[in-house]
Ligand binder design. Structure first.
Ligand SMILES: NC(=O)c1ccc[n+]([C@@H]2O[C@H](COP(=O)([O-])OP(=O)(O)OC[C@H]3O[C@@H](n4cnc5c(N)ncnc54)[C@H](OP(=O)(O)O)[C@@H]3O)[C@@H](O)[C@H]2O)c1
Length: 289
């Protein structure tokens, strides 16, 4: 049976990957069990696995601007260590990456082969990670670029918006950034499809399809909660001053799935509707279970 190790397994995505890939023999490694920046520990811990999924990352986008060395250590050196280990032990690495590798100035979906041009330290460190893993083990590395993730755990936009909706009459949400909300469970399903098709290399945009703005997503969440969506007011990115720039256009194309004979990811609206029924709705309740 395929044995899978998930590293960064206590993060938002990592936890839902471990839950969602339960058809496989799968073991979680949190940061305490396996630190990807410590290259000497990796081979022994991972030697019995044929697939390693790297969901570990430095994800604090704004903090990365002032913590460049730590961001690069975790997002570039760590993946390089994992890819090197996977080459030695004969495993395939699934490296989770991000829409932030692009500059966000496009107006059509970024193809898998579009030229990256990250505008933030976080994006630069993640791109360095992509390049490092491909340099170490090009034949057995899959890059999965995802975006606007939400799931059952951790901090996400849907969770923050719903919690804010409980206590505030009006919310101002930007309507000039476009992207693809992506359910962590769908990322697990897309990984499962790649494993089932015995694919071991390539770049895949692992986002739900379609596009929306943060404002439209917040409005949809209010509708799902049965709240008046006019409480969500439009604003622009200019009103939020943050250390790291956010891409205005984070819409990714899915051609590689079709080229490899696999279905393109489903629409974000359908994924959100299922996620709502599967527990996302609890974030709209005052008492967290
Ligand atoms: N969230 C999004 O919207 C989004 C969008 C695009 C791409 N992504 C990508 O998706 C992946 C998962 O993100 P996420 O949202 O699940 O992030 P997350 O919740 O912050 O989880 C990241 C995990 O990595 C762990 N970690 C950090 N440094 C580590 C190290 N040196 N060794 C081992 N583990 C380490 C963290 O542990 P500690 O908490 O203990 O530090 C945390 O559990 C990342 O590659 C991220 O770049 C996320």
């Amino acid at each position: 049976m395929t044995r899978i190790a998930v590293v960064g397994a206590r993060g938002m995505l990592g936890r839902d990957l471990v839950a969602g890939l339960d058809d496989y023999e799968i073991d979680p490694f949190g940061r305490n069990e396996l630190d990807i920046t410590n290259s000497s520990d990796l081979a022994e811990a991972l030697q019995s696995y044929s697939i390693v999924i790297n969901a570990a990352a430095f994800t604090a986008v704004d903090d990365a601007e002032s913590q460049r060395d730590e961001a690069f250590a975790i997002n570039a050196d760590g993946p390089r260590n994992l890819a090197r280990t996977c080459r030695v032990i004969g495993a395939t690495l699934f490296q989770i990456s991000t829409d932030y590798v692009f500059d966000g100035t496009a107006s059509t979906p970024y193809g898998e082969d579009a030229v990256p041009n990250p505008q933030s330290v976080y994006g630069q460190s993640k791109l360095a990670g992509e390049r490092a893993v491909l340099a170490e083990n090009p034949d057995s590395t899959i890059i999965l670029r995802t975006s606007w993730l939400y799931g059952a755990h951790g901090t996400s936009f849907p969770r923050s918006i719903l919690q804010a909706g409980l206590s505030r009459q009006h919310l101002d949400v930007v309507n000039d950034q476009w992207g693809q909300p992506t359910w962590t469970v769908d990322v697990a399903r897309m990984i499962s499809r790649l494993i089932g098709a015995d694919i071991s290399n390539g770049v895949f945009h692992t986002t739900n399809s379609g596009k929306t703005t943060w404002h439209a997503l917040a409005s949809r969440l209010f509708e799902l909660a049965g709240w008046d969506s006019s409480r969500v007011r439009e604003t622009t990115s200019e009103t939020f001053s943050r250390p790291a720039p956010r891409p205005a256009w984070s819409v990714l194309g899915h051609d590689e799935w079709l080229t490899r004979g696999l279905p393109a990811p489903r629409k974000w609206e359908d994924a959100l509707a299922e996620a709502w029924e599967c527990g996302l709705s609890r974030f709209a309740l005052p008492e967290q279970p």
